[in-house]
Design a protein around this ligand. Structure first.
Ligand code: KG4
Ligand code: ZN
Length: 327
């Protein structure tokens, strides 16, 4: 069995996975959404303090598994430095106390493996990762053959939902509230420009759209009845940006199995639009279970099983956090 810890942002989570069967024997997550909501985004120092409270509480419940642990895994990159440290420090203490190897997991690879929790892996895959920290397209052949072919030049898809929600005073995280608000709105009411629509680059950008939405919100002058059309038009253009760039990419690289992962992959409008995009290519669409789209430790545990089998261990001295991912 492997104990895996996730603390890269605002979710404290620990899982226990069984190496031979991929089974998830234990998973507990404590989210900090409520605490950060008043600030309209994650406050790193507060997040770190809350991890320091939550992680030991969850770890206590894992005690019955301690004697069977073969390794401890932890998200070591990317994420907030002060929160990554919480998980890594705990993992090192466990590794030393139990005399077991430690595995440093890349959170983005974790999101990819959220597709395979309690399942066998399926490769090759074209993956769209849409989270609060990342918007990128990756070609994935295996655990160690991952190529990023497009990424955001500024804000991420999920982050843009968070910022729009903040402008409207709707708290954090913004994804679910904006999705709900958009559901009743007119998607064509505001003719926001699709980012980079004239650029040949296969890349993403959300800062311009965010500013266009800011002007529309200012223009509404506090009339909240106008927010649903703004939200709907925003969600439409934010998604159209992704589908337009993917369409361009598919002209040279045909998708056969396509996956959407990350917290924002829960977005229903996005899922529908990607399904439409894939139809002419007859490509399969893979999605994670809804409960594993957002940050969790089950996905870290699933990667850890593969890394354990390949003996991809770190030494206690060398395992360090890296706020930016190499992917
Ligand atoms: O993967 P995740 O839990 O954390 C990161 O690794 O960043 O993703 C969280 C992000 C937040 O920005 C949140 O607003 C967004 O995912 N999100 C959504 C939806 N649900 C969560 N964005 C759009 N639509 C949703 N339904
Ligand atoms: Zn994430």
């Amino acid at each position: 069995m492997i104990l895996s810890i996730e603390s890269s942002c605002d979710d404290s989570a620990i899982s226990i996975t069984e190496i031979a069967t991929n089974k998830l024997l234990f998973h507990k997550k404590i989210s900090q959404e409520l605490e950060h909501s008043v600030y309209g985004g994650v406050v790193p120092e507060l997040a770190a303090r809350l991890h320091a409270e939550a992680l030991p509480k969850i770890l206590e419940q894992c005690e019955p598994y301690f004697k069977d642990l073969k390794a401890v895994a932890v998200t070591s990159t990317p994420g907030l430095a002060v929160t990554l440290v919480e998980g890594v420090t705990m993992a090192k203490a466990i590794a030393v106390a139990l005399g077991i190897p430690i595995i440093g997991v890349n959170h983005l690879i974790g999101h990819i493996y959220s597709l395979f929790i309690e399942k066998e892996t399926v490769f090759p895959l074209t993956v769209l990762l849409v989270s609060g920290g990342h918007t990128q397209v990756m070609q994935v052949k295996s655990l160690t053959e991952i190529e990023t072919v497009a990424k955001s030049m500024d804000d991420s898809f999920g982050e843009s939902f968070d910022k729009v929600a903040k402008m409207m005073g709707l708290g954090y995280p913004g994804g679910p509230v904006i999705q709900e608000l958009a559901d009743g709105g007119d998607r064509l009411k505001h003719n926001f420009t699709v980012p980079l629509h004239q650029s040949p680059l296969i890349a993403f950008s959300y800062s311009g759209l965010k500013n266009a939405v800011r002007l529309a919100v200012l223009d509404a002058d506090g009339d909240t009845s106008k927010y649903k059309d703004i939200a709907a038009s925003f969600e439409h253009i934010a998604t159209k940006h992704l589908t337009m760039k993917l369409k361009k990419y598919f002209k040279t690289v045909k998708p056969s199995t396509f996956a959407i992962v990350g917290g924002a992959s829960a977005n229903i409008y996005l899922r529908g639009q990607i399904e439409e995009l894939l139809k002419p290519h007859k490509a399969d669409l893979l999605l994670s279970e809804l409960q594993y789209c957002s940050d969790n430790a089950a996905m870290i545990g699933r990667v850890a099983i593969e890394m354990y089998k390949k003996e991809m261990f770190s030494s206690i001295e060398d395992l360090d956090i890296a706020p930016r991912s190499i992917l």
